[in-house]
Design a protein around this ligand. Structure first.
Ligand SMILES: Nc1ncnc2c1ncn2[C@@H]1O[C@H](COP(=O)(O)OP(=O)(O)OP(=O)(O)O)[C@@H](O)[C@H]1O
Length: 264
């Protein structure tokens, strides 16, 4: 990571890139098992999408990687280190996170919002890092930095939330439905902004989405969740060619049909 304001591209070959791993993770809310023995691997620099029906455990699994959820059983690691090795606060400052609602502070201007994590980490060039991150998502700080979140469109707010997750140049980002609740055109714009960010930074990404077509477009691997378990994790083409379960086959068929209908 450089602290001089320039965005460095990818980690050097001698440093193993960060990765995410979950092993046999169980988590209960009260008596309900939200995660029921989940295992998942995301290679360094890759994007993995978590898909599956509502309530299947996607958000809960995502939050295990920044310790917003502490599972009762199993192991979770980021960059090869158990997430419990350091404090939860330190972990959350090193892993970028976009919650479902974007999580921007409404009374803070955009630049201050984006500079939040670099400032908390006392990075000397927090404002420059925030400007770089805003540029990366297509919102120049000179034009947008002094606005408040309510002075932006929904799509711009989501871009700011993505910039905030990226500002401290984390090796890993966790995105919970970052393109949800947007019209189709804005959603497509944001997806392509994310693809650019990914190409520029090589950041390892775990992405929750309801939309399998979106997952197919953006992710290297797609993990299909159902009832607190990962039924299959593979590139979309692998899911389509050899679905492990009837549920995966049905989900793929639905996505292919929806994409075909759109093309028609
Ligand atoms: N804080 C909580 N307290 C109690 N139960 C919860 C809590 N958070 C989630 N759950 C339950 O755990 C299960 C998994 O929820 P989770 O939010 O992880 O699913 P999800 O796949 O992300 O759903 P969605 O796609 O609707 O966001 C659900 O049955 C949900 O009701």
């Amino acid at each position: 990571m450089r602290d001089d304001g320039a965005y460095t591209v990818r980690v050097s070959a001698s440093v193993p890139p960060p990765a995410l791993a979950a092993r046999d993770v169980v988590h209960r809310y009260g008596v309900e098992r939200a995660l029921d023995g989940v295992s998942l691997d995301v290679a360094g620099g890759a994007t993995c999408a978590l898909v599956g029906e509502s309530g299947s455990g996607k958000t809960t699994l995502l939050r295990c990687f920044n310790r917003m959820v502490e599972p009762e059983h199993g192991a979770v690691s980021v960059g090869g280190a158990d997430v419990r090795a350091a404090s939860a606060v330190a972990l959350r400052r090193s892993v970028g996170y976009v919650p479902q609602d974007g999580g921007l502070l409404p009374h803070w201007r955009v630049l201050r919002n984006v500079a939040l994590v670099p400032s908390l980490r006392r990075m000397p060039n927090a404002t420059a890092l925030a400007s770089d991150a805003l540029a990366l998502v297509g919102l120049p700080a000179e034009r947008y930095g002094r606005r408040f979140p309510h002075e932006l469109s929904g799509g711009q707010r989501q871009r700011v939330a993505l910039a905030r997750a990226l500002a401290a140049r984390p090796g890993v980002i966790l995105l919970d439905e970052p393109f949800g609740a947007l019209d189709a055109i804005t959603r497509a714009d944001l997806q392509s902004a994310f693809a650019d960010v990914r190409a520029a930074t090589g950041v390892t990404t775990l992405l929750v989405t309801h939309d399998l077509a979106e997952a197919a477009r953006l992710a290297d691997t797609v993990a299909v969740m159902r009832a607190g378990r990962v039924e299959q994790c593979a590139p979309f083409a692998g899911l389509a060619a050899s679905p492990a379960t009837a549920y995966v086959a049905a989900l793929v068929a639905k996505a292919v049909e929806a994409t075909g209908a759109l093309r028609r």
